[in-house]
Each structure stands twice: as structure tokens, then as C-alpha cells.
Write a protein that binds this ligand. Sequence first.
Ligand code: NAD
Ligand code: ZN
Length: 379
Amino acid sequence: MKALVYNGPRDVSVSEVPDARIERPNDVLVRITATNICGSDLHMYEGRTDFEQGRIFGHENVGEVVEVGPGIEKVQVGDMVSAPFNVSCGHCSNCEHGLTNYCLNANTDGVAGGAYGFADMGGWAGGQAELLRIPWGDFQALRLPDDATEKQNDYVMLSDIFPTGWHAVEMSGFKPGETIVIYGAGPVGLMAALSATVRGAAKVMVVDRHPDRLRLAEQIGAIAIDDSKGDPVEQVMQHTKGVGADRGAECVGYQAHDPQGHEDNADTLNKLVASVRFTGGIGTVGVFVPQDPGAPDELAQQGKARFDFGNFWFKGQQMGCGQAPIKRYNRQLRDLIAADKVKPSWIVSHNLPLEQAPEAYKHFDAREAGWTKVVLNPT
Ligand code: NAD
Ligand code: ZN
């Protein structure tokens, strides 16, 4: 089959690899019809992780079931399904408590949590390919309704960024009628803005410096805060009568390699603490762990963040962080899409065949204007 494989930093190609196939009785084999490029792929693409040469990227996957193992009872050949990016078994003690983001059977060596096409997340092959093997298929594959093909660009956001944005808002302790500031108008930040809007925010503020991304935030009624035009904390204060936002979401993560990005690895997190009111809450989904040997900051070289805990403590805030547990939300969010209550596809900038993925990675990695979210359509 054809698949997008990693060759080295900023070097990917579409290559012929052995077909994905059923390996265990509870596997489901899917023909991939849509698979996204994600900001999380860039940690590996830019060479900040131990991603092996020849491995396949892709953790935001939708496809048609073409074969099921003998142990599968629910999923059927012909079903259109969404695969959560977290690989999870459904029966370990973490999964039993809904913590599928920290499944104990999807990884090895005492590390909890698996993901497709990720470094240090269990070694599972990704879905930027013609075929994908979904382990524990009955538990993992979310069946999509009859409009799956028509609304594919919406449903493909269910594997990761829509539930992840929702989770950022959830972890902040957000309640209807509150204000929220979101750092990052990338795909994840825009999904957090959409989630807060759907959940009844009185005011949603989104901070970034890319005009095209800020415009997408404005399209759903958010206030765009351009941090290239002035201190974002001061701008948030102006919009909140000097008090700060009730809640905040960190949707940036470590970005030192962004040509327009920041140098300090916890820059956004510290600004977020300053932008949120005393006793407010923060949800952090941006990823801070990839080690960056080329970073000017010694801590960033070790994959650690320089977090201003003093101000966070002084303000008595709360914070949640980590991988999002996609299965906690994907069923309900699927049904919101099916009922035409939300349209996460408004951020999609490109639908491209797999062959054009290497080019797409270059544009998305450079945060080029107009390259907000790329959906690849391998078959
Ligand atoms: P992205 O890199 O496209 O978007 C990040 C945005 O942040 C960019 O638009 C950039 O201009 C902006 N930015 C950079 N520095 C900033 C600053 N100081 N203040 C405000 N904005 C700033 O990536 P994405 O796909 O939106 O993903 C964002 C982060 O979320 C990444 O770290 C990704 O790995 C992570 N992520 C986490 C999970 C999870 O489960 N926790 C899931 C998906 C993605
Ligand atoms: Zn992703």
C-alpha cells in the first residue's frame, strides 16, 4: 500500500510499504478515506522526537471497514468509522475509568497511553496511508451515520482536534456564561473556540499572530487578539474590565521552530496565567515534552518547560493538562455534527490526495497563510 513515511527531519515521502492487515482477533482493517495533518505531527516532522525512519504518520483517521477479525462483534464490513487518536484497550484499569488517553495496554515499559503514528506512544502505525489496522476495534471504532461521506470533513475532526479543543475547555472548569481566552488559533485553538461557543461562553478571545487564522476565529464570533500588535495580556484585560478571563486554554505547546514563534518554551502558559483571573482555571492541551537539541533554551533541550509556578500559585488557579481522552466526547460530538448543530470543517483549507502530502507538510509546517487544516484523501 501507499503511505506517508518519515525519512528524517522535514523529510517525508509517499512510499510503497507492506499492507496493513488483521493481526489479532479483535482488529478491524479500514480503507482510509480521510486523514488529517496535525500540529502534533510537526513535533516529529521537525525532528524533535525519536520517530523511527520508515514509520507512517497519521492519527486523525476516518475510513471504511474492509475486514474484521474473528473476535469482532459490533463493527461490520462497510461501516464508515472514526478512530480516536488514542489507541486503547477498553479493559485496563485506566480505560475502565474513562482514561483511554492513558491506556495501560497500548504502550510498553510502564508508559501509559498509545497513539497511531506517534513517537513514544506504543509504536502503532499511522493512517496517512491506504489502509489502517485498528486494534480493539469494537471498543475503538466509532460508527458514523449515513451522511459520513457528505460530512467527511466534519467527522474527520472527531479523531482528535474537536474533542481535544472540547477537553481544553472542560479542563479549565468552564461554565456557561463565563469568559474564556484561548492561546493559539491553530486547528486545536479554533476547535476550543468552537467548543466554548457551543457551550455558551459570554465571550471567547483567541490570541495568535496569523491574520488568516484569527479571521477564522472571528467567523464564529470570537474576539481576535493579535499579539504582534501589542501585549496580549493587556488586550485581554481591556476586554475583561481589568479582571482577566474566567477561563483559559493553552493550544500552542512548544513551538520554538515556528519561524514566527517564541523562544521561551512556556511563554504562552505564563501569559495565560497572567490573562486569567484570580481563582480561574486553565486547560493545557499544547504539547511541551518533545526534546529539542537545537533549542537555545537548555530546559527545552531536555523537553522541559520554564513554567512560572509562583504567579500561578499566587492567583490560586487550577489547571488540567495532558493528552485528550477522545472517547469521552467523540460520540456526543458526532451527534452534534449529525444534527447540524456544529460544523468543525469550517477550518479545512485543503483536501488533497496522499501523493501531495509531502508538499502539504512543508506549507503547514511554515504556518503559511491559508494552510490551516489539511485533509488528505488517500482513497
Ligand atoms: P499549530 O502549531 O498549527 O497551531 C499553534 C498556533 O499557535 C499557531 O497558529 C501559532 O501561530 C500560535 N502561536 C505560537 N506562539 C504563540 C503565542 N506565544 N501566543 C499565541 N499563539 C501562538 O498546531 P495545532 O494543530 O493547533 O496544535 C496545537 C498544539 O496542540 C500542539 O502542541 C499539538 O501537539 C497539541 N495537541 C495536543 C493534543 C492533546 O491531546 N493534548 C491533541 C492535538 C494537538
Ligand atoms: Zn492531531
